[in-house]
Design a protein around this ligand. Structure first.
Ligand code: MRU
Length: 348
């Protein structure tokens, strides 16, 4: 491997650590009660971590997968290019909806050959990490410019430093507005079934000292009726050419509620979440997960079941929001209404 400089040093984000050629992830299933760091030795370990949501959030899984490939080169020193390609293909299959994973691996593997893959892979993984930090900064400043002093913002799932290697997508905007002194208050959807809002977003907001109130997902409508919400910010796992997008299940309901209550609804995502091969929302593969997550609560150290044993379960991890319900897309390239988004994709 040629590009040794960064590999021998440190790369650090809230949920990923590269320290002197060792890779660690913060186990997000153990948060907020325990901060457990787990070592990842190769892409097999990373696939397990991604599938069990120890590593999660669309941009983060893209970056984490790229770093896992670097570990493969270090662990399997005699690996052929064909064997290496297979590892990358397996990684790309680990979660189906977030396009950042495939986009990142496609960039990692583009135009590689037996002759250059050992030198190119570390360089590209490093660039993908640094780029995500930069993209978050750009989204944050575009988005925070829209926020008025005193706004009460509702958000869904976790879209912060735990879901990216930078400040986040929707939560990055919230953080920037707070740092600019906009005196905002955040309403956090708990985000059933895996409680990314209640476990992870509250953990981040608490660390950042941003005032927040937690609600169950089903309380969002009543909060809007009470006129306690000025704006909704969510992330995305995949945005189509027509602007329809997939995000954590429950996002669509929020978008419909916002339309009814005339509340601005924004999708915050980097262009690495854009899938030009997907024409419209119906084309997005939606991951379905195990019934246990809905029958009760799956913790990192066990399962609590409260539903009737044997109940039939529907457990899509994401849903699809049509572009027509989006006030604007806040991206690293600027802020676009759904018409502007469509026009841009038509021109490109
Ligand atoms: O299943 P998860 O926790 O990976 O889902 C995450 C989300 O839905 C986020 O909103 C999304 O990845 C975009 S924000 C970084």
């Amino acid at each position: 491997m040629k590009s040794k400089s960064w590999i021998e040093g440190d790369l650090e984000s809230l949920a990923l650590r590269w320290r002197r050629d060792r890779l660690w992830i913060l186990d997000q299933q153990a948060l907020p009660h325990e901060e457990l760091w787990m070592e990842i030795h190769n892409s097999r370990d990373m696939i397990g971590a991604i599938q069990s949501l120890k590593v999660r959030g669309a941009p983060l899984i893209g970056v984490a997968a790229a770093l896992a490939l670097v570990k493969d080169l270090m662990q399997f020193r005699e690996i052929s290019y064909t064997e290496f390609r297979k590892l990358a293909e397996d990684l790309a299959e680990s979660r189906p909806t977030a396009i950042n994973l495939r986009n990142s691996l496609q960039r990692m593997m583009h135009d590689l050959s037996e002759a250059n893959f050992r030198s190119q892979v570390p360089t590209r993984a490093h660039a993908i990490f640094l780029e995500d930090v930069e993209l978050c900064q750009r989204m944050a400043s575009h988005g925070a410019s829209l926020i008025q002093p005193g706004e009460r913002i509702l958000t869904h799932c976790n879209t912060g430093g735990l879901a990216t290697v930078g400040s986040g997508t929707a939560l990055g905007v919230i953080r920037q507005a707070h740092e600019w002194g906009r005196e905002i208050h955040v309403h956090v959807d708990e985000t059933r079934p895996l409680l990314q809002g209640a476990r992870l977003t509250t953990w981040e907001l608490n660390k950042l000292k941003i005032p927040y109130t937690l609600n169950t997902d089903s309380m969002a409508g009543y909060l809007m009726q009470l006129k306690r919400i000025d704006r909704v910010l969510v992330g995305a796992d995949r945005i189509c050419r027509n602007g329809d997008f997939a995000n954590k299940v429950g996002t669509y309901s929020l978008a419909v509620l916002c339309r009814h209550h005339q509340i601005p609804f924004h999708c915050v995502a980097p262009m690495t979440t854009y899938d030009p091969r997907c024409g419209r929302g119906e084309d997005i593969p939606i991951e379905e997960r195990t019934p246990e997550e809905v029958l009760g609560y799956v913790r990192h150290n066990g399962v609590t079941q409260w539903a009737q044993v044997g109940s039939a379960v529907f457990n899509p991890s994401f849903d699809m929001t049509p572009a027509s319900l989006v006030t604007s897309f806040i991206t690293d390239e600027g802020v676009f209404s759904s018409d502007q988004w469509l026009e841009r994709q038509r021109m490109s």
